[in-house]
Ligand binder design. Structure first.
Ligand code: NAP
Length: 499
C-alpha cells in the first residue's frame, strides 16, 4: 500500500497536496543507480561537470516564477527572500561550475623523485584527489532552494565527481518534486545517467536511516537539528563500513558587545541586531541567539548603565518587528517550547508579547547572568525562531567562560575590538576557539558564498569542524587524497585528471 505524504500551506496549515512516500525498495534503487552513475561521472572532465551545473542553474532560473510561488506557499518565506535565495542557488551552481572548469577537483601535488637514500631521497610521488562516491544529501527546512535539491551540497558534490541521492525535506515536498523534475529534464537533455541525481522522500525516520545505511553511499551531507544530525551521524559511524557525515547542526552565534562600542553606537547596533534576530522569522542557522554584555568596571565608563541602556534600546527595537509565519507548525511548537525552557530555567523575560490566535510568533528577548548560563544547559540550547538571550557577564573572564560553555558555534561576533589590547586578544582567541567564522562588524545572518567562507564549527554547530558547507572549500568534503608512487609516465602525465 502506498503511503502518502502531505504538503502543507505554511501560513494556514492547510493540506496543499500529497505525494507518495518512497518505498524501501525505491531507496535501494536510487542508491544502486547512484553507484552505477559514479564510474562515468568521476571520469567526467571539468568542462562536462561545469556544463551540467550551468544547465541546472539555468533550469532553476527558467522556472523562477512558478518555483518561487510554490516555495512561498510551502514555507511562508515570502517572494523577496525566495527570489534572492534562488539567485544565490544559481550563483552557487555556477561558482562550482567555475571551480570544476578551472580544474580544482583535479588539483594535485607533484613531488618529483629525489635521488639518494631516504629520508631525503624518494621516488616520484603525486598526490591526487578522487571523489568519495554517492552522497546522501539531507535538505534543510529553512533554505528550500539553497540547501535543498539543487543547493550547495548537491552542487559541490557534483563538482567533486559524486552522484547525489537527495532526501527531500518534509517541509517543502511539492517544491522538491518540482525542482527534481527539472533536474531529470536536464540529465536527459545532456544524455547523462538518471542516477546522477536521485530523490527519496518519507515521513518518520526510516527512509533517511535506510539511505545512510545503504552500502553504495559513501558520505552524508546534512543541514538541520542537532538531534537529527547526531542520530544520522551515529548511523553513518555504526555502518559495517563507516562513512564521513558532514552535518551542519545547531548554533547560538554569540555576539559579544563591549561597552565602549555600545556607548557610541548602541542605538544603531540595537536596530541592526533586532533586524537580524527577526529576519526570516529567526529561522537562520546564523541567528544571533546569545548576546554577551560585560559589566566589568572600566575607567571613565559606567559600564552597567551603558549595557542597561543597550538592553532597553534592543527591547525597543524588537517590539515593533513583525516576523512572518514559521516554516511548519512543528517548528512553531519547538520555538514556543524553547522559550518556555528559558523561562523555566530562570531567565528574565524582557520582551514576550502574546501572538494573536492564528498569527505569526512575536519576538522574544530574555536575560540571564553568565553564571546561570554556564550552569544550566537548557539556556544554551538553540531556540530556532525570532528570539535572543542576553547574557550579563560580570567580567571579561566570565565572558570567556560563556564562550567556552557554548562550546561550538557557526559564528561569534565581536563588537568593539578595533584596537589591539590584552582584552581584545583574549576575546579573539576565545572566539576562534569555538567558531568557524568570527565577525568584527555587522551581524552573523547572511553567509557569503565565496573562497574564504567557513560555515561549520566545533560540535554542536557541526559534526565535522574541519569542513564547511558553504563556499568553495565545501567541495573538498567529497574528495579524498590518493598518493601515486612511481606512477608510469602515461599516468603521471595526466596530472590529476581522471583516468
Ligand atoms: P531536522 O528535524 O533535523 O530534519 C532534517 C532532515 O533530517 C529531514 O529530512 C528529516 O526528515 C531528517 N531527519 C531528522 N531526524 C532524523 C532521524 N533521527 N533519522 C532520520 N532522518 C532524520 O531539522 P528541521 O526539520 O529542519 O528542523 C527541526 C529543528 O531543527 C528546528 O526547529 C530547529 O531547531 C533546528 N534547525 C536548525 C537549523 C540550523 O541550521 N542550525 C536549520 C534548520 C532547523 P523529515 O523531513 O522526514 O522530518
Amino acid at each position: 500500500m502506498t503511503t502518502l505524504l502531505s504538503s502543507f500551506e505554511a501560513r494556514t496549515g492547510a493540506v496543499l497536496d500529497q505525494v507518495p512516500a518512497s518505498t524501501p525498495a525505491a531507496v535501494d534503487a536510487a542508491c544502486d543507480a547512484a553507484a552505477a552513475a559514479f564510474a562515468p561521472w568521476q571520469a567526467a572532465s571539468g568542462a562536462e561537470r561545469g556544463a551540467l551545473l550551468r544547465a541546472l542553474a539555468a533550469a532553476l532560473e527558467g522556472d523562477r516564477a512558478e518555483l518561487v510561488a510554490l516555495a512561498d506557499r510551502e514555507t511562508a518565506l515570502g517572494p523577496i527572500r525566495l527570489n534572492g535565495e534562488l539567485d544565490r542557488t544559481a550563483f552557487q551552481l555556477r561558482r562550482f561550475a567555475d571551480l570544476a572548469e578551472r580544474g580544482e577537483p583535479f588539483a594535485f601535488t607533484d613531488d618529483p623523485a629525489v635521488a639518494g637514500p631516504p629520508p631525503a631521497g624518494h621516488p616520484l610521488m603525486q598526490r591526487w584527489s578522487v571523489p568519495l562516491g554517492p552522497v546522501a544529501m539531507f535538505s534543510a527546512s529553512n533554505f528550500p532552494f539553497a540547501f535543498s535539491v539543487l543547493g550547495g551540497d548537491t552542487a559541490s558534490a557534483l563538482a567533486a565527481g559524486c552522484p547525489v541521492v537527495v532526501k527531500a525535506h518534509s517541509g517543502h515536498l511539492l517544491l522538491s518534486n518540482r525542482v527534481f523534475g527539472l533536474v531529470q529534464g536536464v540529465l536527459v537533455a545532456l544524455n547523462l545517467p538518471a542516477g546522477l541525481v536521485s530523490m527519496v522522500q518519507g515521513g518518520g525516520r526510516d527512509i533517511g536511516v535506510r539511505l545512510v545505511r545503504h552500502p553504495a553511499i559513501a558520505a552524508g551531507a546534512f543541514t538541520g537539528s542537532t538531534q537529527g544530525g547526531a542520530a544520522l551521524a551515529a548511523e553513518a559511524a555504526a555502518r559495517p563500513r563507516p562513512i564521513p557525515f558532514f552535518g551542519e547542526l545547531g548554533s547560538v552565534n554569540p555576539v559579544v558587545a563591549l561597552p565602549a562600542k555600545l556607548a557610541t553606537d548602541g542605538a544603531a547596533l540595537a536596530a541592526t541586531l533586532a533586524g537580524s534576530i527577526t529576519l526570516g522569522c529567526g529561522q537562520f542557522c546564523t541567528n544571533p541567539g546569545v548576546i554577551v554584555l560585560i559589566d566589568e568596571l572600566q575607567p571613565g565608563l559606567d559600564t552597567k548603565a551603558i549595557n542597561d541602556g543597550f538592553v532597553a534600546q534592543l527591547a525597543e527595537a524588537l517590539r515593533p518587528q513583525q516576523p512572518h509565519a514559521m516554516l511548519t507548525t512543528a517548528m512553531r511548537g519547538a520555538f514556543e517550547a524553547g522559550v518556555a525552557h528559558w523561562a523555566a530555567a530562570g531567565a528574565e523575560m524582557l520582551v514576550q508579547d502574546t501572538a494573536a490566535a492564528g498569527q505569526p510568533p512575536r519576538p522574544v528577548l530574555a536575560q540571564v547572568s553568565a553564571l546561570d548560563f554556564i550552569a544550566r544547559s537548557a539556556l544554551r540550547e538553540e531556540v530556532f525562531g525570532p528570539s535572543s538571550l542576553i547574557v550579563r557577564a560580570a567580567s571579561l573572564a566570565q565572558a570567556l567562560q560563556v564562550l567556552q560553555a557554548v562550546g561550538g558555534s557557526l559564528t561569534v561576533t565581536l563588537w568593539g575590538v578595533e584596537q589591539a589590547s590584552d582584552a581584545a586578544r583574549a576575546l579573539v582567541r576565545g572566539a576562534m576557539a569555538i567558531a568557524g567564522r568570527v565577525l568584527f562588524a555587522g551581524v552573523p545572518t547572511g553567509v557569503a558564498v565565496t573562497a574564504a567562507q567557513q560555515h561549520g564549527g566545533p560540535w554542536p554547530s557541526s559534526s565535522r569542524p574541519e569542513s564547511t558547507s558553504v563556499g568553495d572549500a565545501a567541495m573538498a568534503r567529497f574528495l579524498r587524497p590518493v598518493c601515486l608512487q612511481d606512477a608510469p609516465g602515461w599516468l603521471s602525465a595526466r596530472a590529476g585528471q581522471p583516468v
